[in-house]
Write a protein that binds this ligand. Structure first.
Ligand code: NCD
Ligand code: ZN
Length: 344
């Protein structure tokens, strides 16, 4: 039985850090375990221009705990008015690592996202030219489409046509939740990858709805049937370089989640690595954990893996149930079983 596992320091390829007091409260939980993270731009108002991204990056850097050299990899929020020249300049200066596409209305703070894809064609073409990846929230927003089908329908109606219109564009399908998405990613030899969250490896839709409604398991894209959770576990633990970790750790204060209309998002930053060690061990794949957390993501983005290391040891972790913020407590994602691994 393995008792200690040393891997290259992980990166988080999809993270919500928020701003202000929430940023200061949650950031240390990511900097403790991750060297870099792709920072989601869905603030209010969103991070749309390079000026916005510079200011947000500086606020994140200023909020890092003493001694941390965590690197926020910034993104711009794609709107129908995004200027291709501003995007190209932000990429050339090293400010941004990706652009984020939210279909308008798909999730938290996505009202400024894209409705008419023809309007973003020039910026997507420019991104393909300069090798700047597009991170995609892959759900249609059509009210006629069942929420459990929105990812699969997005692939056929939006993503596949978009990739055909912009050949050469590097695309990350984010937080995939279906076997269909995993198969779609496998169908492309290059230029397409997917992030998988911690929580979608643990919960299916029953966890949200059976025996009472559990707001802390509600996130977008919503968790699907068990067969899909199993397909995600197979993809994540396969070692296939097209799949890597994006926690989608998305903190909301409990008063905002425990509402008649509560916010979507699971806060997994504090216990992602203990949970992943548990999942990979259960799948007999501890030797492939490093590929998922620390190697596949940098390879896709053309970055070197981190040259520091992190050790997991077989001891129960000490993780708070909640993290206190000025907006109220944020409940940490509960996998529903005891964890056996901690970060040493
Ligand atoms: C995210 C958030 O709260 O910002 N919520 C979520 O359920 N994942 C938005 C997102 O990534 O869809
Ligand atoms: Zn997200």
């Amino acid at each position: 039985m393995t008792h200690r596992l040393t891997i290259r320091t992980p990166d988080d390829w999809h993270l919500h850090l928020r701003d202000g007091a929430m940023l200061r409260a949650v950031l240390p939980h990511s900097t403790a375990h991750f060297a870099r993270a792709i920072i989601m731009p869905n603030l209010v108002p969103p991070v749309v221009t390079s000026t916005d991204a510079t200011a947000y990056r500086d606020r994140i850097l200023a909020a890092r705990p003493e001694g941390s050299d965590f690197t926020p990899l910034m993104t711009l929020y794609l709107t129908e008015n995004t200027d291709p020249a501003d995007v190209a300049a932000a990429h050339a200066s090293g400010l941004i690592t990706a652009v984020k596409l939210y279909p308008a209305g798909a999730t938290t703070n996505s009202a400024s996202g894209v409705a008419d894809f023809a309007r973003v064609q020039p910026v997507l073409e420019r991104m393909a030219e300069i090798g700047l990846p597009l991170c995609v929230h892959g759900e249609v927003t059509d009210p006629d489409i069942d929420i459990f089908d929105r990812e699969a329908v997005f692939i056929d109606r939006v993503l596949d046509p978009l990739r055909a219109r912009v050949p050469g564009l590097h695309v990350v399908m984010e937080h995939i939740t279906t076997a269909r998405a995993a198969d779609y990613v496998r169908s492309a030899p290059t230029g397409l990858a997917a992030t998988i969250t911690t929580h979608h490896l643990v919960i299916n839709r029953n966890h949200i709805l059976v025996g009472g409604i559990r707001p802390h398991y509600y996130c977008l894209p919503v968790a699907k049937r068990e067969e899909h959770r199993l397909a995600l576990r197979a993809a994540a633990t396969s070692g296939d370089a097209r799949f890597f970790l994006g926690t989608d750790s998305a903190p909301h204060a409990d008063p905002a989640k425990l509402q008649p209309c509560g916010c979507a998002g699971c806060f997994t930053a504090p216990n992602t690595l203990p949970i992943l060690a548990h999942v990979f061990e259960a799948e007999g794949a501890l030797d492939r954990l490093e590929a998922f957390t620390s190697l596949n993501g940098p390879a896709f983005y053309g970055l070197p893996p981190n040259d520091t290391h992190l050790t997991l040891e077989r001891t129960a972790p000490d993780i708070p149930a909640q993290v206190e913020t000025d907006d109220g407590p944020v409940t940490v994602f509960d996998p529903g079983y005891p964890l056996n691994w901690r970060v040493a």
